[in-house]
Write a protein that binds this ligand. Sequence first.
Ligand SMILES: [Zn+2]
Length: 357
Amino acid sequence: MKNIKLFLLAFALLWGALACADAGDDEYYYEDEAPAEETYSDPEESVATEEDMPEDVVSEDVVEGAVCIDVTGQIMQTLEDGGASTEEYADESVTVFEETPLVTYEVSGDQIANPSLEDVPAELEEQQSDEVTQEQIWEYYAALIPADRRNNIVQYSIFTDGVDNTLAMVSQTTTDPYTWALQVDIADTANYYSLTYTLIHEYGHLLTLGPDQVTPSEAVFNDPENVDILNEEANACPDYFPGEGCSMPDSYINAFYNEFWTEIADENMEISYEEDPDVNQELLTAFYEKYQDQFVTEYAATNPEEDITESWTFFVLNDKPAGDSIAEQKVLFFYNYPELVELRSVILSNLCTAFPK
Ligand SMILES: [Zn+2]
């Protein structure tokens, strides 16, 4: 992409790789937050065992189809109840922490091990030591996403910025651009309807930005704050350049960009130059409202990476749409790929089994 601009690239350096789910439209998090005393157990009790999980997470007597329809319907309803506006999330009555890393696990297959604890303020020690919740979230993610589809996830981290704000992220690890880390805000995991949406969204980033889709740029990875290098790499890329590297010609993100973004990319990019976050959000909301029929959610209008990921999440969780709007056509986009249709049904089947009763 030749026209990629400096600020976007700088922005991408700071934020783009942290492909995240934003809680801007999720008012329900406030309602569903459990009191801390109920949510977090004592450290001494916090070792999850295999025996702990099945009762909580697996139900054997589900009627698959019915449960799936019910659960996916509830997930979408939960999203809708939150509304599509990002204006309301700055609720001043809610304490917002700075984003604070708590613990990082190594991932090997379905297992997580060797938790590495950060120094944290005393008020975050309970969340940090809540291994039961941390393991439950991982096991739920591992139950949803087939193992062979997430083998480049080598780290699983827990952080918090308080309720809402950032729900989860995926990013390249700091040591190897071919490996990725899943990061989850433990304060936003009590509601499994929204957690499911978030985890499928985060997987969408891995699906569309992973090394088999976007060849990682070693030069950018080794010197991530060097805007000149980033621009050189972007200019040398004949296809869409999402920040991690040059997308492959037949990658999902490149196809999606070429089909849906060529007319609106410049206008969207202009917005990314705005450094004031409030003004940036206002401009983004106006952009979304102008092109509302093109996006499945307001958050999708953020950039092509969030758009393909939100559209992916709608593809997984909704019935096949008619295609009457561009937003619906973005969902239909995924039906062009038989391997993704198959993956969708595997994830839905896993969801039926793993969703807590
Ligand atoms: Zn995202």
